[in-house]
Ligand binder design. Structure first.
Ligand SMILES: *[C@@H]1O[C@H](CO)[C@@H](O)[C@H](O)[C@H]1NC(C)=O
Ligand SMILES: [Ca+2]
Ligand SMILES: [Zn+2]
Length: 289
């Protein structure tokens, strides 16, 4: 692993603001910003090292990474319809997340759950993101904080990619994932209520880009074993091949596409390697945070 990568990019890496949804309601829509040119360059550097580590067997021998996890429910009242998620649905959400990552040496450990009623905080885009997170965020930069909100506009969720942060900076406080409450298993959002909006968003928090990043040409998502894809999928379009001149059909079942929750079933070994690279470089090694 090249620890120099983090330092080399430290000076200019800033967190982009979440993007407004670009797809119509009723489709999966993620507000995680596209990676910057700099972030794509980091991924390209990782890709070279990962190829060696896969080939020489080092990667296969890595230990399980345990990720301390905190759930924060932020609702506008104690009614389920206002975002006050029951304990049983939160347990189901946690289990769905862990099941998705279990084949890849990643396990989440639920360290705490809190529930807050605050109608300003419960509405993403109302201007309270930093205030809310400063009040609720727990753990170091290695800890995953997921905020379940009542209202996300037309996004289902967004996260921030791993980067170089300093203690007590806004980038540190903002780190984490924000997800629409109706996407948890048993939630009311048809086709997106098996808990895999969280799986997808946590993929970003661990360093993964969308499988359709960059379209058919160029570096794409900078992962070698996810076939190139022209655009986001919708539903579960079996056989979709949006880049016919490139190898492989679209990875519609990959958690980093935009398919229905029932369609998703995998991360690839290349994505697992990328998660390991980002974890080691930015989160496990963050001594100042
Ligand atoms: C395998 O490759 C990785 C990545 O380049 C390297 O860090 C590691 O030292 C190599 N291990 C062996 C046993 O060659
Ligand atoms: Ca790819
Ligand atoms: Zn996304």
């Amino acid at each position: 692993m090249r620890f120099s990568i983090a330092a080399a990019f430290m000076a200019t890496t800033v967190l982009a603001a979440p993007q407004a949804a670009q797809l119509e309601p009723g489709r999966f829509s993620c507000g995680t910003p596209d990676p910057t040119a700099e972030q794509l360059a980091i991924a390209q550097e990782f890709l070279k090292e990962e190829a060696y580590a896969i080939a020489n067997g080092t990667l296969a021998k890595r230990a399980v990474t345990y990720v301390d996890t905190y759930f924060h429910v932020v609702a506008s009242s104690t009614a389920a319809s206002d975002g006050y998620i029951s304990d049983s649905l939160l347990t189901a959400q946690f289990n769905a997340l862990n099941a998705a990552y279990a084949p890849h040496q990643i396990q989440f450990v639920l360290k705490g759950t809190d529930k807050t009623v605050n109608s300003n905080w419960a509405r993403d885009g109302a201007g309270y993101e930093l205030t809310m997170k400063k009040a609720l965020r727990k753990g170091t930069y290695k800890a995953l904080n997921i905020y379940f909100l009542k209202d996300m506009g037309s996004n289902l969720g967004y996260c921030y990619f791993p980067t170089s942060v300093t203690a007590n900076s806004n980038n540190f406080w903002k780190d984490g994932c924000t997800v629409l409450h109706t996407t948890v298993p048993g939630g009311t959002l048809t086709n997106y209520n098996k808990g895999h909006t969280v799986t997808h968003e946590v993929g970003h928090w661990l360093g993964l880009y969308h499988t359709f990043q960059g379209g058919c040409t160029g570096a794409g998502d900078s992962v070698a074993d996810t076939p190139a894809q022209a655009s986001a999928s919708s539903g579960c379009p079996v056989g979709r091949d949006s880049c016919p001149s490139q190898a492989g059909a679209d990875p519609i079942r990959n958690y980093m596409d935009y398919s229905y929750d029932t369609c998703y079933d995998n991360f690839t070994p290349g994505q697992a390697a990328r998660i390991n690279s980002f974890w080691t470089t930015y989160r496990a090694s963050c001594s100042a945070c």
